[in-house]
Ligand binder design. Sequence first.
Ligand SMILES: C[S@@+](CC[C@H](N)C(=O)[O-])C[C@H]1O[C@@H](n2cnc3c(N)ncnc32)[C@H](O)[C@@H]1O
Length: 234
Amino acid sequence: MKDTIPWQYNEFTQVGKDYSKPEEVEDFEARHSDFRDLEGDSNAVLDLLGVSENDILIDFGSGTGVFARQAAQRCRQVHAVDVSQAMLDYARNVAIRAGVTNIEYHHGGFLTFEYDGPPVDYITTTLAFHHLPDFWKGIALKRMYTMLKPKGKLFIHDGVIEVDGAIDNITALIDRLGEAGGEEMREDAEEHFRKEFSTYDWIIDGLLTRAGFEIESREIVDGVMASYYCLRPE
Ligand SMILES: C[S@@+](CC[C@H](N)C(=O)[O-])C[C@H]1O[C@@H](n2cnc3c(N)ncnc32)[C@H](O)[C@@H]1O
């Protein structure tokens, strides 16, 4: 934010997993490949969103940049935004080696990225929104709303918890991640729920609609992992 309020949440302070460390960044894709298809999942989302050649897209919490690079192959301009300079450096280097030239990298976050370009067609964020406490998620969604064109779309994929069976579903997720990725992945998952801010579906639903979005579709797999496709109405 330009005029940061004195009690502004400091989104640059790493909470839980520390993505400012180069060693965490180097290992990130290998660890996540144990339980995700990084490129395949990105392309499935881009297909569903219908991203095309004249579009502009902002990806918040862009990490190592897999989604941004897949998006860049389909659209005019991608803005990759992350609070971790180490993530941005890694992503930029991979893109340079791959000859991708239509991604701009921004050191900032949901609360601090100042976008001064034309309103965008899409905003996406994958496994990053849980880094903000709920009050600040609300502020972030209102900021995203202002960056989007009327009829622009917002996609959020993240840990979001259904009330019924919450504890059992989280425990089962941690077990599955431990089986897929080993002890370190299990510890990461436990750390996530201990310290980071994954929240209830009814809270995310309320935050989205109160920020002005229409939820076009939402799916919560195994009661814990959500995909929201949302529209900024005219
Ligand atoms: C689990 S990684 C996900 C990276 C990537 N989106 C993916 O799906 O592979 C979370 C990312 O969010 C970033 N992050 C954390 N807090 C953030 C914030 N407030 N604004 C933007 N990015 C943030 C971290 O630095 C990290 O790169």
